[in-house]
Design a protein. Structure first.
Length: 369
């Protein structure tokens, strides 16, 4: 009994010694077979060829101990007949849903069969049993997300009832190739993750998918009204570029006031550039822009400017200096191609000038009657 107990203890770390002590230890034979399989695979051999090198030992392990999941995985991988392989995997999967090697082959089978519901179901089971394997499994799940035909299966899996769901969402938004498909189903996934949504929207916009990003933002912010609606723009800065991107440098910065009514601008001597910008949808007819500037001291008349551009590199559609006090500008209807537009606030303090400190009221963009 002592020899058998020691053999059991040594099964994982020293399977050869374990079998020598107790020849009927099928679990040790399983470990030996799997080590051979891993070694052959590491040499660059295909999975089937690697599995065939350890097939006989896997059969011995299975004969001694029927509940050997890695042995089943090896036997399935060694099969060239697809139906036999699938049959082995199906039976083994009913016996053990926890072993990663076995589940990996089950996953490969579902991918080969393009059974995406089963792919996601298998991954879900693997995550629940092995919750700390994000690095291994998230790229596989990402491959499935990149397949259009698999998208319908994702909302039912990513339903928010497991911790890994939120972690996968945070992973996927950081992979540019996955953002487009993720945006298609984001509204069907009941997971609240503002940080992931900010990254997704900003990422889509940065890679040129502005209309997709705008539609997603509009849905997320549906209670706040349409983007660029007539009325005053608030100073929200969470969802760039459809909310404000503020400069944030020690000598050149802007931020919303505590009550949210003003933009506070700070520019040291010799500094200047875009202090705040966002994308807006312009009215389809002529419109008026209104804002009010409060300043400390008497800044130069060109210190603060308001610009409208159809694109980042395009010449401004509108470029006017803002004076202290009220500012009202009337514009004709923008070209159809200029929707949405980029609204920029630029500030500059020339060398030798005092530090620029300004407050800008919420900007009103209102369609003319």
């Amino acid at each position: 009994m002592a020899v058998q107990a020691y053999s059991s203890i040594a099964t994982r770390k020293a399977p050869e010694q374990s079998v020598a002590l107790f020849p009927m230890n099928g679990l040790a034979d399983e470990q030996r077979a799997f080590r051979i399989f891993q070694s052959e695979a590491a040499k660059g051999r295909g999975l089937r060829e690697a599995a065939r090198e350890s097939r006989n030992l896997a059969l011995i392990a299975q004969a001694k101990e029927p509940l050997t999941p890695k042995a089943y995985a090896i036997l399935a991988a060694a099969q060239s007949d697809r139906e036999i392989r699938n049959s082995i995997l199906a039976r083994a999967n009913r016996l053990n849903r926890r072993d990663l090697a076995l589940q990996g082959f089950v996953l490969e089978k579902h991918l080969d069969d393009q059974a995406y519901d089963s792919v996601l179901g298998t991954l879900d089971e693997m995550f629940r049993v092995n919750p700390d394997r994000d690095t291994e499994f998230f790229p596989i799940l990402g491959e499935a997300l990149a397949i259009d035909e698999a998208l319908d299966a994702f909302p039912s899996i990513l339903n928010g009832d497991a911790e890994w769901h939120d972690r996968f969402l945070s992973f996927a938004v950081r992979v540019p190739e996955l953002r487009s498909n993720l945006a298609k189903i984001r509204n069907e996934i009941p997971i609240e993750n503002d940080e992931a949504d900010r990254i997704l929207i900003a990422g889509l916009a940065a890679q040129g998918e502005l209309s997709t990003a705008r539609a997603l933002y509009a849905n997320l912010k549906s209670t706040s009204g349409p983007i660029g609606a007539d009325g005053k723009l608030d100073w929200a800065s969470d969802f760039i570029p459809f909310e404000w991107r503020f400069a944030d440098d020690r000598d050149f910065r802007s931020q919303a006031s505590q009550d949210g009514e003003f933009l506070e601008v700070f520019v040291r001597s010799g500094q200047g550039g875009v202090v705040a910008e966002r994308v807006i949808t312009l009215p389809s007819s002529s419109f008026t822009i209104r804002t009010n500037v409060q300043s400390r001291g008497s800044p130069r008349s060109e210190s603060l400017r308001l610009l409208l551009k159809c694109g980042v590199n395009d010449a401004p559609l509108f470029d006017k200096a803002l004076k202290t006090g009220g500012n009202i500008f009337r514009l004709e209807a923008a070209p159809d191609a200029c929707s949405p537009a980029l609204l920029q606030i630029r500030a500059r303090s020339l060398r030798g000038e005092p530090t620029l400190r300004l407050e800008l009221s919420r900007i009103e963009v209102k369609r003319d009657k």
